[in-house]
Design a protein around this ligand. Structure first.
Ligand SMILES: [Zn+2]
Length: 197
């Protein structure tokens, strides 16, 4: 369609999630018309995220050091762990201001159709952390959809012999959806109203 660099950019943008061919074209021409300094900042931000960001060695949240900001914070409680699927769920829960414990990011949810079993997730790492013995309550905040429910059920069974309180977020979250799309108030209420499983 176009030649050379502009088509390369359209092709690359079109590979991003949620960017269709029309949007890719619109963004590419926006970049072409933009101030060179703005484009340079965008290019640097893309490169820096790959160079600097890694996963926290304790909770697997995104981090720019060995441990993420939350694991490094001495004021947070080691008695409550909240299990989520993705780093973006940590952000959603932090926005509610309802949680002052630690997180564990699984890196997805059990999904047999896509070949994602418990071994593909950071469940073994969670068990190791729980065996340290500080955690008294484990909150299962996986997404309110089929995969998230299956993952929560699996984890509840796994940790049962450890004698912890295991809770699941209250209903009221949009079923079938993603945790990150729930508004802060709904998610905050679901947190307060969590129930033992
Ligand atoms: Zn961490």
């Amino acid at each position: 369609m176009y030649e050379g660099a502009i088509q390369d950019l359209i092709d690359e943008l079109g590979r991003l999630p949620g960017v269709g061919p029309k949007s890719a074209q619109r963004i590419a021409f926006h970049v072409l018309a933009a101030d060179p300094a703005d484009v340079k900042r965008l290019a640097q931000a893309l490169q820096r995220v790959k160079d600097l960001v890694r996963f926290c060695t304790r909770c697997y949240n995104v981090a720019e050091a060995d441990l993420c900001r939350i694991c490094r914070d001495p004021r947070r409680s080691d008695e409550v762990f909240c299990v989520v699927e993705e780093p973006k769920d940590v952000v959603a829960i932090e926005r509610t201001g309802e949680f002052r414990g630690r997180y564990h990011v699984l890196g997805g949810a059990i999904n047999p159709l896509e070949g994602i079993g418990p071994d593909s997730l950071r469940i073994r790492e969670l068990m190791t952390r729980l065996a340290e013995g500080t955690c008294k309550e484990l909150i299962l905040a996986t997404d309110p959809n089929t995969e998230g429910e299956a993952t929560a059920t699996y984890l509840a069974l796994m940790v049962k012999p450890m004698g912890l309180t295991v809770t699941r977020l209250a209903s009221g979250l949009p079923v079938g959806g993603d945790l990150e799309y729930a508004d802060e108030i709904t998610l905050g209420r679901a947190f307060e109203g969590r129930r033992a499983v």
